[in-house]
Design a protein around this ligand. Structure first.
Ligand code: PGA
Length: 249
């Protein structure tokens, strides 16, 4: 049976409006294999435009963060109703860059997941151990803690996605997790999820995904898709990975 994989482009703090138009235009002109659920994660400033440009395609649009409250005195923050207002489908929650630099915790992740679900947004929750935690043999314990916190207020395993993003594998100069190591960690995320929800949630891999490793990662049974950072900041990079993934399915 064909399996469906989710493959996303995580733009982070990249792409002005003109660049976002070019990206969306390139995607609109591309035929994407039906077994792939594509998604892009643009910055807030272009969400509405990107969603409008991709409206006739199957590409879902995710925000990179949101606040747990509906509205109020939270200067600089963006609420779930505001994302819904932009037509957004999904929202990334708890990325390690936000946990590290912006005070995101397991508790804020839990509250944001609940808020996303209340407003019909699919949360994409990022989990993963640091290099120190890995070296200390604590990776699976960290994952179990992060996953159970994220699922505290969730009851439908199909309503949420996880991205396993080992912190040591993210960004310039880092090396991706091996497919075997990632597959084992995905197994842990799925087991904790299945224990709490009755069935395992989907788990995407992220961290130095590129053209050279995307197929080997997708070949592993517990890897339900990929989120690609810097290799997919330009549309050609993302489209190349979509094509390679399709060839491997
Ligand atoms: P990277 O980013 O692919 O540039 O390592 C991954 C991520 O942060 O999701």
């Amino acid at each position: 049976m064909d399996r469906e994989v989710w493959i996303g482009a995580s733009w982070k703090m990249n792409n002005t409006l003109a660049e976002a138009h070019a990206f969306a235009g390139a995607l609109t002109a591309t035929t994407i294999d039906r077994r792939i659920q594509p998604f892009v994660v643009p910055p807030f400033t272009v969400l509405r435009e990107v969603k409008a440009e991709l409206a006739a395609t199957r590409v879902k649009v995710a925000a990179q963060n949101m606040h747990w409250d509906e509205a109020g005195a939270w200067t600089g923050e963006i609420s779930a109703p505001m994302l819904v207002d932009c037509g957004v489908d999904m929202v990334e929650i708890g990325h390690s860059e936000r946990r590290l630099h912006f005070g995101e915790t397991d508790e804020t992740v839990e509250r944001k997941v609940a808020a996303a679900l209340r407003h019909g947004l699919t949360p994409l929750v990022c989990v993963g151990e640091t290099a120190e935690e890995k070296a200390a043999g604590r990776a699976d314990r960290v994952l179990a803690r992060q996953v159970s916190a994220a699922l505290g207020l969730v009851d439908d395993p199909a309503s949420i996605l996880f991205a396993y993003e080992p912190v040591w594998a993210i960004g310039e100069g880092a090396e991706a997790a091996s497919p075997g190591y990632a597959d084992e960690r995905h197994g842990v995320v799925k087991a904790v999820g299945a224990d709490m929800l009755g069935a395992a949630p989907r788990v995407l891999y992220s961290g130095s995904v590129g053209p050279a490793n995307c197929q080997a990662l997708l070949a592993r049974p517990n890897i339900d898709g990929l989120m690609v950072g810097r290799a997919a900041w330009a549309p050609e990079g993302y489209i190349d990975i979509l094509n390679r993934a399709a060839a491997a399915l």
